[in-house]
Design a protein around this ligand. Structure first.
Ligand code: HAM
Length: 496
């Protein structure tokens, strides 16, 4: 039974020990006092102490850390946000809004509806069998109700959960987009952080590669809007069915497929000897491994056809996608690259990644088909594909190309009273303008005109509206157009 005792002085008081004894006598087990704030003490029973200790256990490493002990002396805090996370001061927020605005407009141009999910999800949503990196990077912990929860590292499992929950009440195909913050305990490199925002577009209910073609078209539309061309960025495209066909040829068990994909995705990140060892432990023979590695090095569909024959699904999907790209008019953005498999276990067909042609940055975006994800959560499978597009690499790329937009603060009007007694009148003028849809920065303190002009320049105001006694008595204000210096007395009811 928690009891709230007000006053920290109480702890030092002789009556305190008597009170504890008395509570014990009444079978109330008091063993921990944790200070909530300077004036409030919360008493926790021994049982709540053990669960409190469990609650501070974080992450997969199982390390247990205690919360810092509070003391009464003021402490200098670290003013930086936690490693790998960001603040968004106004100038960064303007850039973020600009980016999100384009994400949203492109999605809407393609007829997608916006959705969102909680940042905190059940940990079970991310526990998949294949040994993905994303699982080791999970920010997970036990909440106060002893539930295992995690900060979402991606949006796709939440989307799958919602699709299952909606069941037959939604009409297919679903075309959904979302922009949300994701958390991964990553090794920090350029464009990779511990928190990032991801733009996702997903199509549920279409099994044809027309869906992939439409998704890639939307990303290209976005690139073009922000000034990037096919000589700046491109897409590497492959299909996991290529791997599947090779594995089938060498009788590798179907249930090894996800694991093999994850191993292949590590090529270039870990030594080749380790890749070979991992493939052997996934039941692949030496011959199968060599054949697989050879296929992965292919960069043309003609060569792939020579290797796999013309009849497989992998080739027909890829051919159809490249042919649709021609119709859309974006072939020059695409290239076949069999080494692209992607690091998430759930992809089943076409996979793609956006890359910068100078090769300086990590993947700009990535996605693919995941036709069997829903059944791993106990739902009925539906054909599905989508992509995730982070907010970090793209900003790095725009910086590199000198394409970052100039986004300055812009408030249309600055309103200022010339006399402290007219502050109320100035508020009335601000209200009139705001009700007419104009933005107004109201000067809230009695400031010299020099300061007001400086501020007007900083906020890029178009007009300065001065409320002076003589004009106000006539029901008028003084309106100065700042670009020309033109100054007019305008009646309040004519103020636009
Ligand atoms: P992903 O490849 O793990 O795929 O992430 C997609 C994109 O998110 C990456 O290409 C990158 O732009 C960004 N991103 C990922 N991790 C970080 C990080 N630590 N820091 C900064 N940016 C990052 C997925 O998440 C899939 N769920 C995408 C998807 C949606 N597939 C189908 N639908």
């Amino acid at each position: 039974m928690p009891a709230i005792l007000n006053s920290s002085l109480f702890l030092q008081h002789p009556l305190f020990s008597t009170a504890v004894l008395s509570l014990r006598r009444h079978h109330l087990n008091i063993s921990l006092f944790s200070r909530i704030n300077n004036n409030t003490l919360r008493a926790c029973s021994t049982s709540s102490l053990s669960s409190a200790n469990q609650n501070v256990r974080t992450g997969r490493s199982g390390s247990v850390s205690s919360p810092p002990v509070e003391n009464d002396t003021a402490q200098k805090i670290d003013v930086n946000p936690p490693k790998g996370t960001r603040d968004f001061p106004p100038e960064d927020m303007r850039l973020r809004n600009w980016l999100f605005h384009h994400f949203t407009e492109v999605s809407q141009q393609f007829g997608f509806e916006e959705v969102d999910f909680p940042v905190l999800e059940s940990e079970a949503l991310y526990i998949r069998k294949a040994g993905e990196e994303i699982r080791d990077q999970l920010y997970c912990f036990e909440d106060r109700g002893n539930r295992r929860v995690a900060l979402r590292p991606e949006l796709t499992p939440s989307l799958a959960r919602l699709v299952i929950q909606k069941g037959k009440s939604v009409s297919l195909p679903l075309k959904w987009f979302a922009i949300g913050q994701c958390w991964r305990y990553e090794r920090m490199t350029r464009g990779r952080r511990r928190e990032h925002y991801q733009w996702n577009m997903d199509i549920i209910g279409v099994s044809d590669v027309t869906a992939e073609a439409e998704l890639i078209s939307s990303i290209i539309t976005f690139f073009k809007r922000i000034g990037l061309t096919a000589s700046d960025v491109g897409f590497k495209i492959s299909s996991r069915k290529v791997l599947q066909e090779v594995l089938r040829c060498y009788s590798v068990a179907e249930n090894m497929f996800g694991r093999v994909c994850i191993i292949i995705d590590k090529i270039g990140k870990i030594p080749m000897d380790d890749i070979r060892k991992d493939l052997q432990s996934a039941d692949m023979s030496e011959v199968a491994i060599e054949e697989l590695l050879q296929v992965l090095s292919l960069k043309s569909l003609t060569k792939l056809e020579e290797k796999l024959g013309a009849s497989g699904e992998a080739l027909s999907d890829l051919k159809q996608l490249f042919s649709l790209a021609e119709k859309y008019g974006y072939s020059e953005w695409l290239q076949f690259d069999a080494s692209i498999v992607r690091g998430l276990a759930y992809y089943t067909g076409i996979v793609f990644e956006g890359f910068d042609r100078e090769g300086k940055l990590r993947a700009i975006c990535g996605g693919g088909r995941y036709d069997r994800l829903l059944s791993t959560f106990g739902g009925d499978d539906l054909p599905a594909c989508g992509f995730g597009f982070g907010d970090a690499v793209i900003v790095e790329l725009l910086k590199e190309r000198g394409l970052l937009p100039e986004l300055s603060l812009q408030v249309e009007n600055i309103v200022c009273s010339l006399d402290q007694e007219l502050q109320g009148a100035a508020s009335a003028v601000a209200t009139i303008l705001r009700e007419k849809g104009q933005s107004v920065d109201l000067v809230l303190e009695n400031k010299p005109l020099k300061w007001v002009f400086k501020r007007a320049a900083r906020i890029n105001a178009r007009r300065l509206i001065l409320v002076g006694k003589a004009e106000w008595e006539k029901g008028m204000v003084n309106v100065k157009t700042l670009s020309t210096g033109e100054q007019l007395e305008i009646r309040l009811d004519e103020l636009e």
